[in-house]
Design a protein around this ligand. Structure first.
Ligand SMILES: [Zn+2]
Length: 440
């Protein structure tokens, strides 16, 4: 089926996504941006360390490590009968993390930063781009166990990883091999007479925060592309932006939950961290974070563990992470017949070897929701001789006994510093999420 024309509403919603991504340069900022939308819609923050009392129809959220978040609207029906409708996403994206003792002088002239690769970025896309720094800085608190957390986001381009000129690398266009420790270190500054290089990064951070350098105990800082994303194509039908994986799903999920009305079941949005490195952190999908929150929702309603397991049996999870669209220059990389395209609608991801949780039954649930919302969907399977990726769905499934489908919007250049998505698909998935949250 051919794609229909692009509407202004679709372009506006894609533009909202670009603003959301621009304001969310690290997983910590993603959580802040999600919180902002939720608070605007009267969601209340719950503390993990306090006892909860929840109201039926009440809207709440919790955060973990400032980089993961679970939001929910308590169902108005009996939880053991109606369970949870969950959407799972992730806040992190491939990048580079600043190492401790990061300043490396080069022949007394340049100062570069020592970085560690995070997740699986397409390395060469990070070259020659204005880059900036974002993340969190941890300051001395009242006691050793209560350090203060401050978010940091440089508002200007600070760093660049320059390519090697073609005359020094004549075979560059036959395939570029980049070493993560040698070739990917960003240039920070010129060493001048009056510049004290030692501790320069900490001093810059302290200046920005307006605190003494000694107060900075540690930091989680990552590189990101400085330039904002844009709509592109003759009809402005594509979204060119970094971190569509998975902020497009975080954004669509947040917007859908924020505008949802209470239903009989409890509606949940989970935004995990650390998907790009395997999800095995306390705030990742392989942690007990989600299972504990779901159980506490039941306990706060004076239900027991038996009711919790009954609720799980009535629940459904949409694991939402991006999918590969048909590449205009590399059609041979795809399955011969299942070839999702940009702007062709959300993609159901299928893998016989269970890299995705989708089965015929859970796919049918998603397909029926798409039909109900009047939205086209597509299917993705790997070419049989390609390994493909995985996502949070299968990891969540090993911790939570819930029916689940893996889906995502089609993108090109997944894990490039700039990915390419479809304008139509973004509004489409938000509408399907809204339908999922209200359909029993
Ligand atoms: Zn992803």
């Amino acid at each position: 089926m051919r794609t229909s024309g692009i509407t202004t509403e679709e372009q506006q919603f894609a533009q909202e996504l670009l603003d959301f991504i621009d304001e969310s340069p690290s997983s910590f900022h993603v959580v802040e941006s999600v919180k902002e939308i939720l608070i605007l819609h009267e969601f209340k923050e719950l503390a993990l360390e306090k006892k909860w009392s929840l109201l039926a129809g009440g809207k709440y959220f919790v955060t973990r490590n400032s980089s993961a978040l679970i939001a929910f609207i308590v169902g108005e029906g009996e939880p053991d009968l109606y369970g949870f409708h969950l959407i799972g996403t992730h806040t992190d994206s491939p990048s580079f993390r600043i190492k401790p003792l990061s300043e490396i002088p080069v022949e007394g002239h340049y100062l570069k930063l020592n970085v560690e690769t995070y997740g699986g970025p397409i390395l060469n896309t990070w070259l020659d781009r204005p880059l900036s720094l974002a993340g969190r800085i941890v300051l001395r608190g009242e006691s050793p166990f209560t350090p203060q957390i401050k978010l940091y986001h440089s508002d200007r381009p600070l760093l660049v990883i320059p390519n090697l000129g073609i005359h020094m690398n004549r075979k560059v266009n036959e395939g570029l091999e980049l070493n993560k420790q040698k070739d990917m270190l960003p240039l920070l500054t010129q060493i001048t007479d009056d510049l004290q290089t030692e501790g320069i990064l900490i001093r810059h951070l302290a200046e920005t925060l307006g605190c003494p350098s000694e107060d900075i105990l540690d930091f989680d800082l990552f590189l990101h592309e400085y330039e904002k994303g844009c709509l592109i194509g003759l009809q402005k039908e594509y979204i060119s932006s970094g971190r569509l994986d998975d902020l497009a799903m975080v954004h669509a999920g947040t917007k859908a939950l924020a505008s949802s009305k209470p239903a009989l079941m409890t509606q949940v949005l989970a935004c995990f961290d650390h998907e790009e490195c395997g999800s095995t952190s306390k705030q990742g999908a392989a942690s007990p974070f989600l299972a504990h929150i779901l159980e506490r929702i039941l306990l706060a309603q004076k239900k027991d563990r038996e009711s919790y397991f009954q609720a799980l049996a009535h629940s459904f999870l949409i694991s939402a992470d991006m999918a590969h669209a048909l590449h205009p220059n590399a059609g041979e990389k795809h399955d011969p017949v299942n070839r999702p395209i940009l702007n062709g609608g959300p993609v159901i991801k299928i893998s016989a070897n269970q890299s995705y949780t989708t089965d015929a039954e859970s796919a049918a649930v998603f397909e029926a929701l798409c039909k109900q919302a009047g939205i086209q969907f597509q299917k993705f399977v790997n070419r049989s001789d390609e390994r493909g990726g995985s996502t949070i769905g299968p990891i969540s499934s090993t911790h939570l006994d819930i029916r689940s489908v893996d889906i995502g919007n089609p993108v090109l250049a997944m894990h490039s510093v700039r990915e390419l998505g479809g304008v139509k698909d973004h509004l489409a998935i938000a509408n399907i999420f809204a339908m999922f949250y209200k359909t029993l």
